[in-house]
Write a protein that binds this ligand. Structure first.
Ligand SMILES: [Zn+2]
Length: 271
């Protein structure tokens, strides 16, 4: 288990497990708040979480059609968790980027894009419903100007508060959609791989200290069922479990990274 406040790497990939749970919870609260852009003609920058609001997707699509080539998107939707992770790193002096207080960033609306090829497409963007908001100060950043963009930030903070309360029945917080100090502290103290007991799977992998729980036990039994030898099904994600996951991934032609994400879960029939 690695807490959000302990992460030292810059990439928001580090909180992807928790992010996916938040995304799931947000969709229960406010369906279709965000849609994917992964199917569009884009190159995905490192750590991209390829979602935005529908009007922003449509505006991006029209730019891509006019441009006729793929665009590299470095950042689209960033959850309050990803933003909190970066903010914590800024507070600890690990990074000195322009990181705003979580909850305030435009990327958390799902209506902003950071585009690598900004010099080539700036004019196309501004004539297809995008604003070059910060000029050269943050040159790759564009905001969608559609009136149909909704401020989904309170919903997404509420979604986190709901997740926290499900995972911590003895330490409840207000589900008010407001990012006060208490909620920020709770984000910092959440496991970056996700919670083990909120109704949506966390990302299982080898961590220090080790992940434990029923979900790890189910994984171990599924590995055995798939013919991977595993001596103990002890509900602890230990070295042996890590080896077994990698052996399974290798046998299926996946990259053997020991991380139990969606693809590995599906092949193990864990869904
Ligand atoms: Zn940006």
């Amino acid at each position: 288990m690695v807490l959000v406040k302990e992460i030292t790497a810059g990439s928001t990939i580090a909180v992807r497990g928790l992010d996916l749970q938040l995304f799931w919870q947000l969709n229960q609260l406010a369906p279709n708040s965000l849609v994917t852009i992964a199917d569009l003609n884009i190159n995905k920058g490192d750590g991209l979480f390829p979602y935005c609001q529908l009007p922003a997707r449509n505006a991006l699509k029209s730019v891509l059609t006019a441009y006729g080539k793929p665009l590299t998107i470095n950042s689209a939707y960033r959850s309050v968790i990803a933003q909190a992770m970066l903010y914590s790193q800024k507070q600890r002096g690990l990074i000195d980027n322009l990181v705003g207080y979580p909850g305030k960033s435009d990327h958390q609306k799902g209506a902003s894009l950071d585009i690598e090829e900004w010099p080539e497409v700036r004019t196309l963007m501004t004539s297809h419903g995008w604003r070059w908001t910060y000029g050269n100060k943050d040159a790759m950043h564009f905001d969608c100007t559609s009136d149909d963009i909704r401020d989904i930030r309170p919903d997404s903070i509420k979604a986190f508060q709901k997740l926290w309360n499900k995972a911590n029945p003895n330490n409840q917080i207000a589900e008010d959609g407001d990012l006060g100090e208490q909620t920020l502290k709770c984000i910092y103290n959440s496991p970056s791989e996700g919670f083990s007991n909120v109704g949506y799977p966390r990302v299982l992998k080898l961590t220090t200290p080790s992940q434990q729980g029923k979900d790890v036990g189910e994984l171990q039994l599924a590995l055995r069922k798939a013919g991977i030898p595993l001596e103990q099904a002890n509900q602890v994600f230990d070295q042996e479990t890590d080896k077994a996951v990698k052996a399974f991934q290798e046998s299926k032609g996946l990259s053997a990274d020991g991380v139990v994400g969606q693809q590995t879960r599906t092949l193990l029939e864990l869904n």
